[in-house]
Design a protein around this ligand. Structure first.
Ligand code: BTN
Length: 235
């Protein structure tokens, strides 16, 4: 594991995307990002006190469907150690980590030059979430204590690196933990349709399946609906 530190950068994911050659597990860490990005090109508030980092692994067809879930699983495993009410720490498919009803960590996986870049943002000692004030939470707010950011980053990357090679072998176990600790368990959702509107139909979350898809069922339907990618809102 090698590190490159920046006091300020546009985005650790953008930095790696622009490298001509990517080196596996070289970790880019920033104190602040001026253009932090989330899924679907959303903004990721990147103030000092958060863990903001990215690294790359070689791409592989089999990995595609698993990597994003696996990254969430690893972060969850690390954060659990710092929190006493561990059952409040959950996975929200595909790879967010929630504490109660608020988001604590977001992960952005992107492809570049035969690699997958994994960008992780964890709210640790930061408390300013701008417009996401009502929807975000950090470790300091949960525990009342300041935590060592670099240590948490190292734990995440080393756990990732150690377990990455046995990902296929251990996949059933990863899925079991993700499903047992799912934020969506027992919740109903509306899904975003092609016309951009949310469905009238209410869906119930069933599970994350072996291919990393979300499996849902609507009232009155007999067949499960499975999605690789989906926008939805919890109701
Ligand atoms: C999401 O929940 O939408 C994903 C958020 C990912 C944020 C991290 S912070 C480090 C890395 N650099 C970025 O610009 N984004 C990711």
């Amino acid at each position: 594991m090698k590190f490159k530190f920046f006091d300020e950068i546009n985005s650790t994911n953008i930095y790696l995307r622009r490298q001509l050659k990517l080196e596996e597990f070289e970790v880019i860490v920033a104190k602040k990002q001026t253009d932090g990005r989330g899924k679907r090109d959303s903004v990721w508030i990147s103030n000092e006190g958060a863990a903001l980092f990215s690294f790359a692994v070689k791409d592989d067809i089999e990995l595609d469907e698993k990597i994003t879930i696996f990254a969430g699983y690893i972060v969850h495993e690390v954060l659990k150690k710092y929190i006493s009410s561990q059952d409040k720490l959950t996975f929200k498919w595909p790879n967010d980590i929630y504490y109660e009803n608020k988001k604590m960590c977001g992960i952005l996986c992107e492809k570049a030059r035969n690699h997958i870049i994994i960008g992780i943002g964890i709210n640790i000692n930061n408390t300013d979430f701008g417009m996401f004030r009502e929807k975000a939470v950090s470790l300091v707010e949960i525990t009342g204590k300041i935590h060592p950011i670099q240590q948490i980053i190292e734990e995440v990357v080393s756990n990732f690196e150690n377990q990455f090679h046995s990902l296929n072998k251990n996949w059933e176990n990863v899925l079991k933990i993700v499903n047992e600790n799912s934020y969506l368990k027992g919740r109903k959702i509306r899904i975003k349709q092609r016309n951009g509107k949310f469905s009238e139909k209410e869906y119930r979350f069933l599970r994350v399946d072996r291919r990393g898809r979300i499996s849902l069922i609507a009232r009155g339907d007999s067949d499960e609906a499975k999605f690789t990618s989906l926008e939805f809102k919890v109701i």
